[in-house]
Ligand binder design. Structure first.
Ligand code: CP
Length: 338
């Protein structure tokens, strides 16, 4: 047996029941994932989670592979969980942030990517304030897998995958669930990727918030304009007390103060009064409904502290599941690379 095959065999033997993953070059959003590919990643994440529960959380699945995290924006959950995921799989993980790198001297994103590729990176995990930055790298780098860790208001596919995984683990299914996303949907890349992911998996999606913070253009058909396929039907409701009724899942989103322009909100007090997820509102959802938030939270604004830390909350489980899901994504992209 050749050395790479032997390594792979050991890796598979030591990572519990990793599902057969179809080959994939990049993870830029969930719009090009089929339901069966999402299922394969969720199954694979379950195998990865088993590794995380061992005494020694280390398998050689990505030994000899190089994963670079390239973050042009702040992050705690995504950056740390990708780093942990890579290390558990024995990849060499190199963290690059704009501060202290040649980006400070004006190096372009593309030249930064080409530099990392020349150094032998197998995967680049990128977060960037501009929508489309990961797609640009993916178009120009031929030897590196690109993973979008959040770009502008566009997409955050691994967050959506960990949200799907968390719900599937807790409720045992995705199809037919009523999933409510409430808050600043307009600025939320998490919501956009989740809309793709949940509708692909057959969930019923409802978005709710002030009309000025809902991306109504996303919900219109693009067909007349000859554009890309629009999202499958998503219900829109600006009345949270009504929208939350019988929800299986309630996902509150952060009010993104850094992306607000004047005029989006009448006042913060009005926003809290009408769209904060409170215990009284959560009582209208299905008994045992899951309360989610991608983080970071503004407690007391989009979500009350008692709800955020209450019995329905799976927010910490979302964070924990992020490691297993990102292990599965890294494995899918980097394991088969030559
Ligand atoms: N949910 C999320 O992307 O969190 P971070 O900004 O901390 O990575």
């Amino acid at each position: 047996m050749s050395l790479p095959r032997a390594i792979e065999a050991v890796a598979l033997a030591t990572t519990a029941s990793i599902a057969e993953l179809p080959p994939r070059k990049h993870v830029l959003d969930l719009d090009d994932f089929t339901p069966s590919e999402i299922w394969a990643l969720l199954e694979s994440s379950r195998g990865m989670e088993e590794v995380l529960h061992r005494d020694i959380k280390k398998v050689p699945a990505l030994r000899g592979r190089v994963v670079v995290t390239l973050f042009y924006e702040a992050s705690t959950r995504t950056r740390v969980s990708f780093e942990q995921a890579g290390k558990v799989l024995s990849a060499d993980v190199i963290n690059v942030s704009t501060s202290g790198s040649s980006v400070e001297k004006g190096e372009s994103l593309l030249n930064t990517g080409l530099t990392l590729q020349a150094m032998g990176a197998d995967a680049i995990v990128i977060r960037h304030p501009h929508s489309g930055a990961p797609n640009l790298l993916a178009r120009h780098l031929d030897r590196v897998g690109v993973i979008n860790a959040g770009d502008g208001m566009h997409a955050h596919p691994t967050q959506a995958l960990l949200d799907l995984y968390t719900i599937w683990k807790k409720l045992g299914r995705l199809e037919g669930l009523k999933v409510l996303i409430v808050g600043d949907v307009l600025h939320s890349r998490v919501a956009r990727s989740n809309l793709w992911g949940f509708t692909r998996m057959g969930a019923r999606m409802v978005i709710c918030g002030p009309p000025t913070l809902l991306p109504l253009e996303l919900l219109r058909s693009n067909e007349e304009a000859g554009g890309p396929p629009s999202l499958p039907s998503v219900e829109v409701d600006t009345d949270l007390d009504r929208a939350i009724q019988d929800a299986d899942v309630v996902m509150a989103l952060r009010l993104q103060a850094e992306r607000q322009q004047s005029g989006f909100l009448p006042s913060l007090r009005e926003y809290v009064r009408r769209w904060q997820v409170t215990p009284e509102r959560l009582d209208r959802a299905k008994p045992g409904a899951l309360l989610m938030h991608p983080g970071p939270m503004n407690e007391g604004i989009e979500i009350s502290s008692s709800v955020a830390h209450g019995g329905n909350s799976v927010i910490e489980e979302q964070v924990a599941n992020g490691v297993a899901v990102r292990m599965a994504v890294l494995y899918q992209l980097a394991a088969g690379r030559k």
